[in-house]
Design a protein around this ligand. Structure first.
Ligand SMILES: [Zn+2]
Length: 198
């Protein structure tokens, strides 16, 4: 049977890992951590540990202490993409266990209207005598041209026509935004990209 753990159960596993010493772990230490970090009550911690015991993830060792059985495999459901991920392939960040793909995607994300990025990009372009679409990659130039021709275009349309993933589109548009070549504009109930000067 495939064991799929929920968020609170993952938190307990993380707390157990930290509370682990050579001879096992003490529930009291797990309760302290789980309470301080995630606000879980004592009874919830006990309940989850007994659930983990039932599935063999927590067992009693020779010295009579509880320990985590690393040989038992389990899965989590990534809250971002909904994929089931085995225990050695997820990343816990701020109490949230997500799959590696979603983790990377989130960390590659470039903030769209980032004042510092705009400033540094502007200074860089000015110091290199770059104007308009000079110094941009071919795809960025194509995007600018396309946006100019269309007037206003949704990021979804750009993704489809240029064969980019939604994240790649966002990243490219973020760079153009930092160069102050494009900006967002709400048209009806759609959020579109338009040229910065329009
Ligand atoms: Zn994911």
């Amino acid at each position: 049977m495939k064991l799929v753990l929920d968020e609170e159960e993952i938190w307990i596993i993380e707390c157990i890992k930290e509370a682990h010493i050579d001879c096992g772990f003490h529930v009291r230490d797990v309760i302290k951590k789980a309470k301080a970090r995630y606000g879980l009550s004592r009874s919830t911690v006990y309940e989850i540990i007994s659930y983990l015991e039932f599935h063999g993830l927590v067992k009693t060792n020779k010295s009579g202490n509880r320990e985590l059985d690393q040989s038992i495999s389990y899965f989590i459901v990534c809250p971002v993409c909904g994929k089931e991920v085995p225990e050695n392939e997820y990343i816990v960040e701020n109490g949230r266990a997500i799959c590696e793909d979603c983790y990377l995607e989130e960390h590659q994300r470039i903030k769209f209207a980032d004042p510092m990025a705009v400033r540094s990009k502007k200074l860089f372009r000015k110091s290199h005598g770059l104007e308009g679409t000079e110094g941009l990659t071919d795809i960025q130039k194509d995007l600018c041209e396309f946006i100019q021709t269309e007037g206003a275009v949704t990021p979804e349309k750009i993704s489809t026509l240029f064969g980019l993933t939604p994240q790649e589109t966002k990243n490219q548009l973020a760079i153009l935004r930092h160069c102050e070549l494009v900006k967002w504009r709400q048209i009806g109930d759609e959020i579109c990209i338009v040229l910065f000067d329009s």
